[in-house]
Design a protein around this ligand. Structure first.
Ligand SMILES: C[S@@+](CC[C@H](N)C(=O)[O-])C[C@H]1O[C@@H](n2cnc3c(N)ncnc32)[C@H](O)[C@@H]1O
Length: 398
């Protein structure tokens, strides 16, 4: 449901629209819990033993599991329901957004002008060329992608993302779809009480839902955020203004940023890297290294990389690369996070990764306890959107 859109740009669905959103959410819950568990049972009881009989060993990685499981009826059932539910998450909110198209745009413009609650800013570059890997793709089956504009100064694709993700996330993204930012900023501020970043930059912020928690956690920091999609940035700016949080949004590619060398104390991203091609990811890390002050922190929340996971869990998370229009997803997950950081200039010994229990799901105490309880081991709940989720993040100090 669109219940997790909790700010001034919220749109009200009719009862029928709401019922459709609720149905879509239930269908996602069903496929990601019941059907996914059934598929794992088929794998454990049938597919893996058969594979072992034929090859005298177990599958060694995600692609081998995928190949072995592909012809199973339950895999086909799982994949087909997941694809349909993914499309429906966005389609179920479109009628509400269409009905509110003009009103939402007017409201966003008014919020952008208002300085009543916050003093954020927005910089849209009219000659900016959106990278082909964003412009040429309806990524994760979101109609129109991040950059389509339906009218002048349009926010619609931002609204589509915010409302669609509200249905998609089944409550696991938290009260304001901000659980990742809220959880990780709580973890970092508790673990490093002396780290007081004066300037923070969020890369690939979309509608800024995981940017705002950093402004809440570090109220004295100047918070900036970049994205390539103008509609999301306009929406993000209006959203942050309505929530009374000052954030400065810029239309820029994280691969080539205009900020000065050593001008940030912290660079963050969430769910961003897997949407960028491999060469672009390396540019993002080089830019992060350039922009950080010595002693600064680079921190990326992502899905765990394949080298940390059992073959079945690799297969499970890589599903999106094959069936969900996420063409760069697997290449990212096949990367070695430490190697990418060190190649960009970060010291080997400055690399870290953390696995942090969702604050919304487990509560604040669990997040704080996890500081002293980092085994470094990913498991089936790491990055997997279901009950008991743990967020994975990695990065390095400069
Ligand atoms: C899945 S969304 C990330 C959403 C958000 N950060 C979150 O926490 O959920 C990926 C975003 O990255 C943006 N993006 C893709 N390539 C980019 C680039 N080179 N520079 C900046 N943003 C980019 C897309 O426009 C999109 O808004």
């Amino acid at each position: 449901m669109t219940d997790y859109v909790r700010h001034a740009l919220k749109v009200k669905p009719t009862q029928d629209e709401y019922a459709r959103q609720t149905f879509t959410q239930s269908m996602r819950t069903y496929v990601l819990h019941d059907v996914a568990n059934g598929m794992k049972t088929v794998y454990d009881r049938k597919v893996e033993p058969d594979f072992e009989k034929r090859n005298a060993r177990k599958p060694k990685d995600g692609p081998e599991v995928h190949k072995a499981l592909k012809d199973e009826t339950l895999f086909k059932f799982y994949s087909s329901i997941r694809c349909n539910a993914q499309e429906m998450a966005f389609r179920s909110v479109i009628p509400t957004l269409e009905r509110n198209f003009e009103a939402t745009n007017r409201k966003a413009q008014a919020l952008a002008r208002s300085t009543e609650k916050a003093a954020g800013s927005l910089e849209i570059n009219p000659s900016f060329e959106v990278p082909h890997y964003v412009a040429g793709l309806d990524v994760h089956l979101m109609p129109g992608g991040y950059d389509t504009e339906h009218t002048r100064d349009d926010v619609t694709q931002g609204a589509l993302y915010d409302n669609g993700i509200s249905v998609f996330s089944m409550g696991l993204f938290g009260d304001e779809l901000d659980d990742i930012g809220t959880t990780i900023s709580k973890f970092i501020s508790t673990k490093y009480p002396d780290f007081e970043p004066a300037r923070i930059l969020d890369l690939g912020c979309t509608v800024g839902h995981n940017t705002v928690p950093w402004a809440r956690t570090y109220p004295n920091a100047e918070v900036h955020a970049v994205d390539v999609g103008a509609p999301g940035l306009r929406y993000a700016h209006a959203r942050a203004q309505s929530l009374g949080k000052t954030v400065h949004f810029h239309q820029q590619s994280a691969e080539h940023l205009s900020f000065e060398d050593e001008s940030f104390d912290m660079i963050f991203s969430s769910m961003f890297l897997h949407e960028v091609p491999g060469k672009g990811i390396r540019n993002v890390f080089n830019e992060s290294h350039r922009l950080l002050k010595p002693g600064g922190l680079m921190l990326h929340m992502e899905l765990p990389t394949n080298d940390m996971l059992e073959p079945y869990d690799s297969f499970y998370l890589d599903w999106d690369a094959y069936y969900n229009k996420e063409p760069f997803y697997k290449a990212f997950r096949d990367m070695n996070a430490k190697e990418v950081c060190t190649t960009a200039g970060f010291g080997k010994e400055k690399f870290f990764h953390y696995i942090i229990p969702s604050l919304g799901f487990f509560g604040e105490d669990a997040v704080v306890k996890s500081i002293d309880n980092q085994s470094g081991q990913a498991d089936e709940n790491t990055g997997r959107l279901s009950d008991g989720i743990n967020w994975f993040c990695f990065g390095a100090w400069k």
